[in-house]
Unconditional design. Structure first.
Length: 202
């Protein structure tokens, strides 16, 4: 009985740092995972990106949300300036994860964090190291899809090559091959959530 009570009131937050090249299915995967958690009330979810505040800033300045090469370059330049200013992106993510963890006391939580640069991934992993005793664990996830970069708003060829090499240079804990249709991706997201909450990735 005592063990059941301890388990019931333990707060667990699984931080999933997710990455992949454009159109690999990252956003859709997170959407399906959130939907699965909501349908079965298995965990609270938060989906956040290291550039969310920058996108919000551009929106306030009139950006309509359309992703172009120019916007991509602008966001990357702004992010680098923010990185140089007290590691702004890492602190933004770190603070939001802790706030979410505290707000959802006694429950299971999953935070999907979009980060592109391996060095920024390492910073967040290091920042969260030692918080396991509080119930916060972090893993990294790579979504791959053959030909995923072939989209209407794709970056220039040289940038595609550079971006893919940069993304793949990190040693991810888990890799999911999005090689099927949307129904299969939905199944993969559900399987991932189940294994994550069962601690099968530790």
């Amino acid at each position: 009985m005592k063990g059941d009570l301890i388990m019931r009131f333990t707060t667990r937050t699984k931080v999933v740092i997710i990455n992949g090249k454009p159109q690999s299915g990252k956003d859709t995967f997170c959407k399906y995972a959130r939907g699965y958690c909501d349908d079965y009330e298995s965990a609270n979810t938060l989906i956040i990106s290291s550039v969310d505040p920058l996108k919000e800033m551009l929106t306030q300045l009139g950006w309509d949300g359309t992703k172009t090469d120019k916007i991509h370059d602008m966001l990357m330049d702004m992010k680098q300036l923010w990185v140089q200013n007290q590691d702004g992106p890492t602190m933004f993510l770190f603070n939001n994860i802790l706030e979410f963890h505290k707000a959802c006391t006694g429950e299971d939580n999953i935070v999907f964090v979009h980060i592109r640069e391996p060095e920024e991934i390492k910073k967040l992993v290091n920042a969260l190291t030692g918080f396991e005793s509080m119930g916060i664990d972090v893993i990294s996830l790579l979504i791959i899809r053959k030909g995923g970069e072939d989209t209407q708003n794709q970056p220039a060829e040289t940038r595609k090559s550079d971006d893919e090499a940069l993304i793949n240079s990190y040693n991810y804990d888990i890799t999911i091959n999005n090689d099927g249709d949307l129904i299969r991706l939905q199944e993969l997201a559900a399987e991932f959530v189940d294994k994550l909450l069962e601690d099968e990735y530790e």
